[in-house]
Structures are given as structure tokens and as C-alpha cells.
Write a protein of this length. Structure first.
Length: 396
């Protein structure tokens, strides 16, 4: 595969996650009303998907080490598309949540294989830059998704947003089927044996470099999902924004994320991974801290939340390529397992952060803002302390 084709496939696989979580967000209040559901029930269609997405990676990762990336991707993308169709046809909130759980489980195959593919094809330093390009594609998907979701919601109703997810899954499946060539050339026939699997997991979890970089991406991801879990209710119901305007706000947010991934690539060439991450920590801390300071001082409104969020997302765009590639870098022969563990950690924390924010909603933006501020502080600490103490790709 040519390098541009590899980046395209990475962008599609990684971009499916923000499409799945972001595109239907403008429809969430209308969906809640249609099914006569409580907001917490409707939010379960997001948080349960995240949990299934994270846990499923623990299966897809080792399986991809055993049978190869291509087969896992075909099963995952095919299953995702069928589950997305089930969401469109759901007749109750309970069925919608069930189909979203299955959608999340199959979606895990694409993300876990994308990180493993980067390790299959690139060295640790090159992998961070390749991942930043793939995550720029993810950023484009995240940019367009809420804006498109808002338009679809206003023009055709909330089910149209779920139809769009089925189309995205089908397109990704087709590209993988027609163009993806296997990147794993030495398969591990014992990858699924319990003793081998637990041994590999134990080795990975004992690695300080894994925890530093996985912790970096996980803490930043938690802050993102604090925003995603509550922002539709805060901006649409509390602050009176229209679904399309809310979609435009998330489009701008994603634009700053893309800017962060571009900034990451440039800083990697000049400063290397550790200094790049340290600079990103400043952005994360300033974004979350400023958002909290404005909220506590009584400054309210859309831009009091969004401007600090833009700064936070710049940092997020720096940390995700470095964190996701860095967590897998020490394990070229166990990239699937390492990718699965880091991905599961990210999603479990995102699930917990989202549920905590939803459970704390009190008619103000403060629960969401406090979550983002806590995330920014954790990211800065990890970027400035653990990451600086390990060597990228070190197996010890």
C-alpha cells in the first residue's frame, strides 16, 4: 500500500469513532423526547457504546495478532454497518441502546487495528507522525459530524443521523475490502492461548512507558467526553442554541483539534516527542483551568465555555498521536494486545467521566466544566512527570 493509502485507511478507521459519537449528538434531545426517555437513558446510548467499544478491544487486539488485521477489520466493519442499520430501525430506547452497544463493540475492531497497523509499518518516532496524520483525518470527521448531524436533524429528523452512520460504516467496509493489504506478516498462532495472552498483558502492564503514554491519551480523552456527554443539553436546552448552531460549535472545536495534530507534527520534527508532550500539557492545563475559573467567577455563556475548550482541544490534538502511538511502541510483536489494553483503558475512563458528568448535572455547566479542568490538570502532570522519565519505545 502507498503511504497516502495507508493514511486514508487510518483516517477512516480512526474517524469512525467520532462520527459514531458526535454525529447524532445534535439529535439527542429530540431522540429523548421521541422515546419519552429520561436524559440519563438517552445518554446511555453514548456511554454504553463507549464501554462496549473499550472492552471489545481486549478481544479484537489479540485476535488481530492471531489471524491478521484484514480479517478482523472485515468482520468489525461489516458488523458495525449491520448494527447501525439496527439503530435506525429501533422502536424503543432500550433497543436503541442495545444496537448502540453492538455498534460500539464492532467499532473497536477498527480502532485497535489502526494503532496496530501503525506499529506494523513504522518505527516509534515515525509512528507518532503517521498517527498524527491519521488523527488529522479523525479531526476532519469530528469537524463535519456534529455540523452534518445538526443539519440532518433539522431537515429530516433524528433517525437521519443514524442512517448517516450506516453509510459511513458501509464506505469504510468497502475501502478495507477493496484496498487494504495485510500488514501483519508474522502471525502469532498462540496469541489467543490464555497463558500466552495473560503473560503478554502482564508484561505490557508492567511497562512504565506504556503507562506514561497510555495515561496521557486516556486523561485527555476523558476531558473530551466530559464535553461530549453534556454539551448538547447545556448548549441546546440550557443556553438556547439551535441544533445546527450547536453542530457548528463542535465543528469549530474539532477544527482546533485538527490544528493540534498539525502542531504536533511540526513540534515532533523540531523538539522530539517528550518536549512536544510537555508543551501540549501547558495547553491542556490552561484550557481546563480557564474554563473552570470563568465558571466559578460567574461568567456564563457559550463563549465562556468554548474559548477555553478550543485551547484544551489544541492540547488534545498534540497528546493523542503521541500517547496512542507511544503506548504501543515498545511492543512490535504484541502490538494488537498493547493497542487493545490502551484502547480499553481510554474508553473505560471516558465512560466513567461521561457517566459522572451526566449523574452530576444540576441545570448548570459546572459539572462538565469541572470534569474538563480535572482532565487538563491530570494531562499536564502526566506530560511533565511520567512521560519525561521514560524513553519512547523502551521495553524495560
Amino acid at each position: 500500500m502507498s503511504p497516502p493509502l495507508v493514511i486514508l485507511i487510518l483516517s477512516l478507521l480512526l474517524g469512525l469513532q467520532p462520527i459514531t459519537t458526535d454525529l447524532y449528538l445534535p439529535a439527542l434531545p429530540a431522540l429523548t423526547t421521541f422515546f419519552d426517555a429520561a436524559p440519563a437513558q438517552a445518554q446511555l446510548s453514548l456511554t454504553a457504546l463507549l464501554l462496549a467499544f473499550g472492552i471489545s478491544q481486549l478481544v479484537w487486539g489479540p485476535l488481530s495478532d492471531r489471524i491478521g488485521r484484514r480479517r478482523v477489520l472485515l468482520v468489525g466493519m461489516g458488523g458495525y454497518t449491520l448494527a447501525a442499520i439496527g439503530c435506525v430501525l429501533a422502536s424503543s430506547i432500550e433497543l436503541l441502546v442495545l444496537w448502540r452497544v453492538l455498534q460500539g463493540a464492532f467499532m473497536g475492531a477498527g480502532t485497535v487495528c489502526a494503532r496496530a497497523i501503525v506499529r506494523d509499518l513504522f518505527t516509534p518516532q515515525e509512528g507518532a507522525r503517521a498517527m498524527s496524520k491519521g488523527l488529522s483525518g479523525l479531526g476532519v470527521a469530528a469537524c463535519l459530524s456534529p455540523w452534518l448531524g445538526g443539519l440532518l436533524m433539522e431537515w429530516f429528523g433524528w433517525r437521519a443521523t443514524l442512517v448517516a452512520l450506516a453509510v459511513a460504516g458501509a464506505v469504510t467496509f468497502f475501502v478495507v475490502l477493496r484496498h487494504f493489504e495485510e500488514t501483519l506478516h508474522e502471525r502469532d498462532p498462540s496469541a489467543l492461548r490464555p497463558a500466552k495472552l495473560f503473560g503478554a498483558a502482564r508484561e505490557i502492564l508492567a511497562n512504565a512507558s506504556f503507562w506514561a503514554y497510555a495515561g496521557l491519551s486516556t486523561a485527555s480523552f476523558g476531558g473530551l467526553f466530559c464535553i461530549l456527554s453534556a454539551s448538547s443539553f447545556i448548549f441546546i436546552d440550557l443556553l438556547g442554541a439551535s441544533p445546527s448552531f450547536y453542530g457548528a460549535l463542535l465543528l469549530m472545536l474539532s477544527g482546533f483539534y485538527i490544528g493540534g495534530t498539525v502542531l504536533c507534527r511540526r513540534m515532533l520534527l523540531r523538539f522530539g516527542v517528550q518536549r512536544t508532550v510537555a508543551i501540549g500539557g501547558v495547553l491542556s492545563l490552561c484550557g481546563g483551568g480557564t474554563m473552570l475559573a470563568l465558571a466559578l467567577s460567574g461568567v456564563q455563556g457559550v463563549w465562556a465555555i468554548m474559548v477555553p475548550a478550543f485551547v484544551f482541544m489544541l492540547g488534545h490534538g498534540v497528546h493523542q498521536p503521541c500517547g496512542q502511538s507511544g503506548a504501543v511502541a515498545p511492543f512490535p510483536k504484541r502490538a494488537g494486545v498493547a493497542s487493545a489494553l490502551s484502547g480499553a483503558l481510554m474508553m473505560v475512563v471516558a465512560f466513567g467521566a461521561a457517566r459522572a458528568v451526566v449523574a452530576s448535572m444540576d441545570g448548570t455547566a459546572l459539572p462538565m466544566v469541572a470534569g474538563v479542568a480535572l482532565s487538563g490538570a491530570l494531562v499536564a502532570f502526566i506530560a511533565w512527570v511520567p512521560v519525561q522519565r521514560v524513553r519512547l519505545g523502551a521495553e524495560g
